[in-house]
Design a binder for this molecule. Structure first.
Ligand code: NIG
Length: 424
């Protein structure tokens, strides 16, 4: 039996707590143990507690030791909204936006999502996998140990199947990857002006095919003025629900389109973005099991001022998760610590609420709550050691990667190399 003892953390944050997603004041309860240690056997957490108790356990004596003295240990982040596959950088769009054009003007001029289709259709699976693997490595170095990965840049049968296969192939190497079919991301050029026909084709052809091949656990739709209206989103999500897919939705990102209402009505696992959520939407989410997934990186990168109403969602009792939303158009970041900084500074979440949203609540948003998101006996030992003495330093030092060591299923998968002179 392979054993690991992570010993002597100044703060061990377990997120131990009630079974469901955390809401209200529970969002601030981190299960923090001062001078804590954690014992791992065969990739799973055996016990976590004060160091003086854990280090005296008989099993601890034969364990390989990782010294966390003076540092903070957290569950690995669960990045519950990423467009992992096909995220080829759109640098021309970036410069056009810096010069003053907005996201929709850029799309209308031939940039945007549609300009990402060609590379995905043309690149080989091997190349797409190589790119995605590289991004997964960067996520891991920033403390992420599980992600959700959407397709949505192929938008024809070959391109979408290729994207989903890449996500499925990378699952477990070493991150847990939950795959989502985002066929209804945009209307592809071959269906220009015929969005209803495109939705018909998806429902008749793609959903059954992806279901048969077990290539996705969830489906997602962009319910948005420039993509699909609420009627089309409903048709797509109902067809997916009939096949037992879990549901996710890009809702109220650029305007108010009714996506949240639909998400709650259909029992979606997650409604994402929510920038234009109104008071009625917030109450609906608060009374539902749908997780409110917020993506502040998309607001920052687009140079906008309006952030999702995180404070109102939390205060009304919604279950809030945070994600990078990693994609080449609105949020090309792979850093969950940066997302935490934005959540705290721009959305007025407390550091404790942001940590909960990025770990246990995010795990609930993608159906991984039984495996990860907290450091409790029986769960995977997915944990990260940070080179700081207090967890609040993580969002405080925005844009700085403070990750020291990453452990995935009990294996050390990343350890930061020291800097000559500075780290002696
Ligand atoms: O989550 N509907 C928006 N989808 C992405 C943007 C994708 C892109 O621009 O490539 C989002 O922000």
């Amino acid at each position: 039996m392979k054993k690991l003892l992570v010993r002597g953390a100044r703060q061990l944050i377990t997120l131990h707590g009630p079974k469901g997603p955390r809401r209200g004041m529970d969002t601030r309860e981190l299960g923090l143990i001062q001078d804590g240690s954690i014992l791992v056997s065969d990739g799973l957490v055996t016990c976590a507690g004060p160091t003086r108790r854990i280090e005296n356990l008989a099993e601890a004596r034969s364990a390989m030791e990782v010294d966390a003295t003076g540092r903070v240990v957290l569950p690995g982040f669960v990045d519950c909204h990423t467009h992992l596959v096909g995220g080829v950088s759109r640098l021309a769009d970036y410069e056009t936006r810096i010069a003053g054009a907005d996201y929709h003007q850029i799309s209308e001029a031939g940039g945007g999502i549609l300009s990402s289709i060609r590379p995905v259709r043309e690149l080989s699976s091997k190349h797409l996998e190589w790119r995605a693997r590289h991004d997964v490595g960067t996520m891991l170095r920033h403390g992420t140990t599980s992600i959700e990965a959407k397709s949505g840049y192929g938008l024809d049968e070959t391109g979408e199947l290729k994207s989903l296969r890449v996500a499925v192939a990378l699952d477990g190497r070493p991150l847990d990857i939950v795959s989502t079919y985002l066929g209804a991301h945009a209307v592809p050029p071959e269906y220009a002006g015929r969005s209803d026909d495109y939705i018909d084709w998806i429902c008749a052809q793609m959903l059954p095919l992806i279901h048969r091949r077990k290539l996705a656990r969830f489906v997602d739709v962009a319910c948005d003025g420039a993509a699909f209206n609420a009627r089309q989103a409903r048709r797509y999500l109902e067809a997916a629900k009939a096949l037992d897919f879990g549901l996710r939705i890009h809702a109220e990102q650029f305007s108010h389109c009714g996506g949240i209402h639909l998400a709650v009505e259909l029992g979606a696992a997650s409604a994402d973005h929510l920038v234009f959520a109104d008071a009625a939407d917030i109450d609906l989410l608060a009374q539902s099991g749908t997780i409110a997934t917020l993506i502040p990186g998309a607001v920052l990168h687009l140079g906008l001022d309006r952030y999702p109403p995180a404070r109102a969602l939390l205060d009304r009792g919604a279950a809030v998760a945070l994600a990078t939303g990693f994609n080449p158009g609105t949020s090309p970041t792979l850093s969950m610590p940066m997302v935490l900084s934005l959540a705290c500074t721009r959305m007025h979440m407390t550091p404790a609420e942001a940590l909960t949203a990025a770990t246990i609540n995010a795990a609930h948003a993608v159906g991984l709550e039984d495996r990860t998101g907290s450091l409790e006996p029986g769960k995977q030992a997915d944990l990260v050691i940070y080179d700081v003495p207090d967890y609040r330093e993580i969002p405080y030092h925005f844009g700085v990667n403070l990750v020291h060591t990453v452990v995935k299923r009990g294996e050390i998968v990343y350890q930061r190399a020291g800097v000559k002179w500075a780290d002696q």
